[in-house]
Design a binder for this molecule. Structure first.
Ligand SMILES: *[C@@H]1O[C@H](CO)[C@@H](O)[C@H](O)[C@H]1NC(C)=O
Length: 436
């Protein structure tokens, strides 16, 4: 068990940092001059003008914004920590304190939590706070080609001891993530291979007594460039439907009401105009009945080439609006969406060249300790950030979630009737769980 839980320094685990997913619009080599100018302009406006204004505005309105989720109940609310005018000292003092009763849920909608084999903290936190989690997705499997054969890799990651701990004292469904790495054209065109893929997944679920899987394939199909072809695009949707239907037809032993579940990973559109390869409202409707949920990756809006907030609230809102529309029909569709929430942050380099990248809890805390920064609230994105100079006098900007930024995203999800999906629980601070 210890062997496969070796720690890795940074979260090379965020979906977008997996190599295959970089798209042309954030490819730095394509238009570096443009990005540089744009970046420069952004830095000037963002870090000099906006914070001053937004803090003034926000000071007047934040009390109204903090009252929604059981405000007088959990520890972090009682201590008044869910607020915009946060200090580094408060974060350092309080980040591991939570309510006495850690079983009580404060966020009533589904909570899907991702866990990665390279961050053991995720396993521990998921176990401790399992009552607050409805769906657990350990990142364990890949479906690959080996010669002409299809192979499901990843059983060696599965931690049976941990699974049985979760099972004995909790009710969270265990849905390991499976990434479809197999060459798509062949897979989608050949009935034999499609059936084989579905059988491999179902057999593994039965053998390991999983409740289903979280499937990630759209990003891979985008990378292979197959979604521009409308025939292949239809075959891709058909394949997911076929998988969902096959999984739903499997009754789990010991409980004749339950069947295997399929949650499908989708990304937000990256530009204002819908691209051919984007997963849009039509795809959502096409798959709606065949899947049990959509894990929507609403994070990584910024990057070292375009530093800024990780997941601006307005962008999350507009993504939901785009996918399900407005009104009561939209609200009904949003019930199957797990709105993505990042538990990691970014430490961007602002001077002397591009750089920086994701940071996780212990890195964040150590920067707070060392630099004692002034944490600022940025109203427009509804995220906290701070600036600091390292010992080589290089300027950095750090965006990392806070109780306030999380609370506002939970409210947003609730207002849509949606759940949330957290990437990745081991990268967050312990007191984040107090508002879940
Ligand atoms: C903790 O909260 C749960 C859920 O609300 C409740 O059932 C349980 O009785 C509480 N435990 C204690 C010790 O108060």
């Amino acid at each position: 068990m210890a062997k496969k839980r070796t720690r890795r320094a940074g979260p090379s685990s965020t979906h977008r940092s997996e190599p295959i997913e970089s798209t042309s619009q954030d490819d730095p080599t394509r238009n570096s001059v443009y990005s540089h100018t744009k970046r420069h302009r952004w830095l000037t406006t963002f870090f000099i003008i906006l914070p001053a204004i937004s803090i003034l505005i926000y000071r007047q309105s934040y009390y109204a914004a903090t009252t929604v989720i059981d405000a007088d109940k959990t520890y972090v609310y009682q201590r008044g920590l869910v607020k915009t005018d946060l200090t580094y000292r408060e974060v350092l003092n309080e980040n591991s304190r939570v309510s006495e009763n850690i079983s009580r849920r404060n966020f009533g909608n589904p909570v899907l939590a991702y866990i990665t084999p390279w961050n053991s903290k995720g396993y521990d936190l998921a176990k401790k706070f399992r009552s607050k989690i409805t769906h657990l997705s350990p990142v364990w499997y890949e479906l690959k080609n080996e010669g002409s054969k299809l192979i499901l890799h990843g059983r060696h990651n599965a931690d049976r001891g941990w699974i049985s701990d979760i099972r004995t004292k909790g009710s969270a469904l265990i849905l390991p993530r499976v990434v479809l790495e197999a060459t798509p054209v062949e897979l989608l065109k050949k009935k034999r291979l499609r059936e084989k893929a579905i059988n491999l997944i179902i057999k593994e679920c039965k053998k390991m007594e999983y409740d289903g899987i979280v499937l990630e394939s759209w990003s891979r199909w985008v990378a292979y460039g197959i979604l521009h072809n409308s025939d292949l695009r239809n075959m891709a949707l058909q394949f997911i439907k076929q998988l969902g239907e096959a999984m739903h037809a499997v009754r789990l032993e010991g409980n004749d009401k339950k069947n295997l579940q399929l949650v499908y990973v989708i990304g937000p559109p990256r530009t204002d105009k819908l691209q051919e390869h984007d997963f849009g409202p039509e795809e959502l409707q096409a798959l709606y009945d065949a899947v049990d949920g959509f894990s929507l990756m609403t994070y990584d809006h910024s990057s070292p080439y375009n530093p800024g907030p990780n997941a601006p609230l307005k962008w999350i809102r507009s993504t939901l609006h785009f996918l399900v529309g407005a009104g009561s029909k939209g609200r009904r569709s949003a019930e199957k969406i797990f709105v993505g929430i990042n538990f990691y942050g970014n430490d961007f380099v602002l001077s002397g060249g591009l750089g920086g990248g994701p940071i996780i809890s212990h890195e964040y805390l150590s920067v707070l300790e060392q630099h004692k920064p002034v944490i600022q609230w940025e109203e427009n994105s509804a995220e906290h950030f701070f600036l600091y100079s390292d010992n080589k006098h290089v300027q950095h900007a750090v965006f990392y979630p806070t109780l306030m930024s999380l609370a506002m995203r939970l409210e947003e999800a609730l207002s849509w009737g949606a759940g949330i999906s957290i990437w990745e629980v081991g990268q967050g601070l312990e007191y984040f769980f107090d508002i879940l």
